[in-house]
Design a protein around this ligand. Structure first.
Ligand code: GLA
Ligand code: ZN
Length: 671
């Protein structure tokens, strides 16, 4: 998908499972899919049991036929390795393949994502299958990508994993003394004398619930170990395939803000990022936007693939609302607006049995093209044909960045106190939403990313400041950068050990403050503050802080800490450190970030009412302004630029009016 010579337009298609249907139906499927302008199918996602019936017994005949079917009909293929669900015989014959859950329950065969990543049998047979597939189909030049497994996830606590964890800990910390130090085992008399005394932190040991642990340090390390173990399983298959088809890019489908896997680390080992977008029916539009940006950021802004979305409806929500007319198209373009170079679905055709039979599909159980969903899919397919390759490879340019770090997320979730209402993703999304509402492009970055492209870096709830990150931030701000952070930041290092000397630890000099205490409010409780003639709420957490060089911009108005600063700004080198000591409302975030962006010279792309989203991507063909109307009514834009709408062919001068009906989209090529 990164090889644009093979793809002269946005690939359009998705998961297709003809092996679940009689062969006589396949030609009709192809007729329908072509009628819908589908040009790529993801094949072989869950066929391991069909492909292998014993240790060394493989059957590729049916897959051969399917590969030929797709090829004969001019489809590009995203070829999956099928290792997202292992066969029943394998579980019976090699029980080490079965996972153990956090409560010590050894699973039986069933469901999917069910293999222990450290199981020797799983590793052996997954790699063997991947290399056989690569070898067998390497001559198909319509394979445009490899899709390893499917939505990797979960955890395993089997004995095998526990042993591997001990090795991992030993490799990382070298001596048992260092392990005792970083896990602070002197607390509750946990001192270890030997590595083999260490057990996996689970409901059988350190945990009360998934996120309540007695030893955050141990639990954090197990998260890292589990994420790396599963990544290792991906990499084993990757290497096997790459050795045979080095020119075909390899991916696996990610899931946005999926907590168990450190996608930042995963991104390094994937040729391109792909992900599955399933927002809940009541999710605000910025939720999907943020996740697209997060996924784009995993490879420093390189375009990604939208691997799955539903054409109409899901089956696994409490109630499965239909995508209203126009919404599937709108959300497809929203993905493209944020960096997607594909528009793909789960699924091409509904199955007749099991739990996803009511999940939306291009081909419905009705079996023909006379459905609303089919018509919408076909219309978008036609439009994408006409759009061609214009936007492929285009990059977004942002001057503002938001830091999102998985280790930090884990640590915040594991923290016992200060408040159960603290949710890292929600805090990040508050700041994201403000910039989103202002049409200010954002890059979602990790702590390893370069800060120099940005005039503003926001790190909400940066609880964990890993070794060296304070130095990086210090250099950035000294050189003129603007850095903003919030309550519950700077407390601990990468081991969840508190940085003593006062909060926010190593960030104190950059921010010019000392946080002495933090008040956690009940859900309904709130304090308030005044800023530029407006009153805003202060909720959830309220830091009681002292300035230490910083300027105080606003003050609490209630309770015993009335008069203490709630917003501060510190001049540091050529730049500034901003601190927001509490949680407030959308108005506050929007107003405050607008002001800071202005100071930083960051301009909104366009001024629009709520619900009209604007982004920009550029490549050698031009610069494209995406205007997306998520509203329930039409919207008339007064264009700040001249350009041609690629979807309608209409040209506009600067200042012209452009009308977008509800749920409509314009892609203006500027100039
Ligand atoms: C995921 C999976 C698919 C399917 C869909 C249903 O994204 O990858 O196999 O289960 O969910 O929404
Ligand atoms: Zn295991």
């Amino acid at each position: 998908m990164v090889e644009y010579e093979k793809i002269r337009k946005i690939p359009y298609g998705g998961d297709y499972n003809p092996e679940q249907w009689p062969e006589e139906t396949w030609e009709e499927d192809m007729r329908l899919l072509k009628l819908a302008h589908i040009d790529i199918v993801t094949l072989n996602v869950f066929s391991w049991a069909m492909l292998q019936s014993d240790d060394d017994v493989y059957h590729f005949e049916k897959l051969d036929k399917i590969m030929d079917l797709a090829t004969r009909h001019g489809m590009k293929i995203c070829l999956a390795t099928s290792t997202g669900a292992h066969p029943a015989w394998m579980a019976k014959k090699h029980p080490d393949i079965l996972r153990v859950t956090t409560n010590g329950m050894k699973r039986k065969f069933g469901f999917r994502h069910n293999s222990c990543p450290n199981s020797p049998a799983y590793q052996k047979y997954a790699v063997q299958l991947a290399s056989k597939l690569a070898d067998r189909y390497k001559s198909y030049d319509n394979i445009v990508a490899w899709h390893i497994s499917n939505e990797y996830g979960g955890e395993c606590y089997c004995e095998n994993c526990e042993n591997k964890f001990r090795e991992w800990v030993k490799e990382k910390y070298k001596t048992i003394g260092e392990v005792n130090r970083v896990w602070n085992t002197a607390f509750w008399g946990h001192t270890f004398y030997d590595f083999d005394e260490i057990v996996a932190p689970s409901l059988l040991s350190e945990h009360l619930t998934d996120f309540q642990t007695a030893f955050q340090g141990i639990s954090l390390d197990y998260r890292r170990f589990n994420s790396e173990s599963i990544l290792n399983a991906f990499r084993l298959e990757y290497d096997a395939i790459h050795a045979v088809t080095p020119d075909i890019p390899i991916t696996t489908n990610l899931m946005g803000t999926y907590q168990p896997l450190d996608y930042r680390m995963w991104g390094k080992y994937m040729d391109f990022i792909s992900w599955d977008n399933y927002p809940g029916a009541d999710a605000p539009v910025e939720a999907a936007a943020m996740r697209h940006d997060l996924m784009r950021g995993l490879k420093q802004g390189k375009p990604f693939a939208l691997m799955e979305q539903t054409p109409s409806v899901q089956n696994w929500q409490p109630f499965n609302t239909l995508k209203r007319p126009g919404v599937m198209r709108l959300w497809s373009y929203q993905a493209v607006a944020h960096g997607a170079d594909t528009v793909m679905f789960f699924q091409m055709k509904r199955s007749v049995g099991a739990c996803e039979k009511y999940h939306g599909a291009v081909i419905d159980h009705a079996g023909h093209e006379n459905t609303r969903v089919f018509r919408e899919v076909a219309a978008l397919g036609d439009e994408l044909d006409r759009l061609g390759d214009q936007t492929l490879g285009a990059r977004s340019e942002a001057k503002a960045a938001i830091v999102f770090d998985w280790d930090n997320w884990w640590a915040v979730s594991y923290s016992s106190g200060p408040s159960v209402y603290l949710d890292y993703c929600r805090e990040v999304q508050r700041y994201y939403k403000a910039l989103f509402d202002l049409n200010i492009p954002v890059d979602m970055i990790g702590v390893e990313d370069d800060l120099s492209p940005y005039s503003l870096v926001i790190a909400p709830t940066l609880y964990m400041v890993k070794s060296g990150y304070d130095e990086k931030l210090r250099d950035y701000v000294k050189n003129g950068g603007r850095f903003l952070t919030t309550f519950f930041s700077g407390y601990v290092d990468e081991h969840d050990l508190v940085t003593v000397g006062g909060y926010p630890g190593k960030l104190r000099d950059i921010l010019g403050i000392w946080v002495e205490e933090t008040d956690a409010l009940p859900k309904s409780g709130s304090n308030r503050f005044h800023y530029h003639e407006k009153t805003y709420p202060a909720s959830m957490l309220c830091d009681l802080l002292h300035t230490n060089g910083a300027q105080a911009l606003a003050f609490y108005e209630q309770d015993f800490y009335a008069g203490m600063p709630v917003l501060t700004k510190n001049s540091f080198g050529k730049g500034f450190g901003y601190y927001v000591a509490t949680c407030s409302d959308n108005d506050f975030y929007r107003d405050y970030l607008y002001e800071i962006c202005e100071e930083a010279g960051i301009k909104p792309l366009m001024d629009t009412p709520d619900g009209v989203e604007v982004t920009r991507r550029s490549n050698e063909k031009g610069s494209f302004l995406f205007i997306l109307n998520h509203r329930e009514d039409s919207y008339v834009a007064s264009l700040p630029f001249a350009g041609t709408d690629l979807l309608t062919g209409k040209s506009y001068e600067e200042g012209d009016a452009l009308t977008l009906e509800k749920k409509d989209v314009a892609i203006l090529r500027l100039g």
